[in-house]
Design a protein around this ligand. Structure first.
Ligand code: PGA
Length: 248
């Protein structure tokens, strides 16, 4: 299966900048083997249409960074999953630690968003991750286990989805877990998925995210059970993003 190489642009990029970045990635994507890597970019809501248009005719997929759990209604300022689908969006990042912390998103809310994403025909990328204090206290496995249990709906495997393991202390910090720590956690997540979803749990891709850069991508992507990467900072430079994709 090709590795999923996903760029999370976060709150970066006016339309002219997002368009230039999308065009640069599209131009360089010819050098990335589609058997090895599937490219996905997740710009802010305001740049989705521009980036979608810039990527037309390329295999690069479009994703969003959040959605509301309801398809429509009196929710001022929110964006629903059908609205994203309408723009050509195919994936949506849900439960990113930045939303769990700055918007108080609970596991239950994340699960409701996953259900909404499925109903609109989107593939959710559900993020889980522990804090440094939780890891130091030896609680990382438990924290991830309870996030998975409460954030994933019972039909996740049937409806499709991606898990992203993103240790909070590795996001934007330049620090990454050791290969052993990444492998150990991905193995824990895989057994959890297989326990819950049986055979279908084997096929759900598990991405690693947190300070993935051109110089560590090869080692991370070579680890067993690492099905791709969710990349923040390094996805804002076409060259770095493409170098990571080529490392797959
Ligand atoms: P980072 O962000 O690559 O900048 O650490 C990853 C993420 O938050 O998804």
């Amino acid at each position: 299966m090709p590795k999923l190489i996903a760029g999370n642009w976060k709150m970066h990029g006016l339309n002219f900048e997002a368009e230039a970045l999308a065009r640069a990635i599209k131009a360089g994507a010819a050098g990335v083997s589609p058997e090895r890597a599937t490219l996905l970019v997740c710009p802010p809501f305001t740049a989705l249409a521009t980036v979608g248009a810039a990527l037309l005719g390329s295999p690069i997929l479009l994703g969003a960074q959040d959605c509301h759990p309801k398809p429509e209604g009196a929710y001022t300022g929110d964006i629903s999953a059908p609205m994203l689908h309408d723009l050509g969006v195919r994936f949506v990042i849900l439960g990113h630690s930045e939303r769990r912390s700055t918007h108080d998103e609970s596991d239950a809310l994340v699960q409701a968003k996953v259900v909404a994403a499925h109903a609109a025909g989107l593939i959710p990328i559900v993020c889980v991750g522990e804090t440094l204090a939780e890891r130091d206290a030896g609680r990382a496995d438990d924290v991830i286990g309870s996030q998975l249990a409460a954030s994933l709906p019972a039909d996740l495997a049937a409806a499709g989805g991606v898990i992203a393991y993103e240790p909070i202390w590795a996001i934007g910090s330049g620090r990454t877990p050791t290969a052993k720590q990444v492998s150990a956690m991905h193995t824990v997540i895989r057994s959890d998925l297989v326990r819950r979803f049986r055979g279908a749990g084997r096929d759900l891709p598990i991405l690693y995210g947190g300070s993935v850069k051109p110089d560590n991508a090869r080692a991370i992507l070579a680890l067993p059970e690492v099905g791709g990467a969710l990349i923040g900072g390094a996805s804002l430079k076409a060259e770095d993003f493409l170098t990571i994709a080529k490392a797959a």
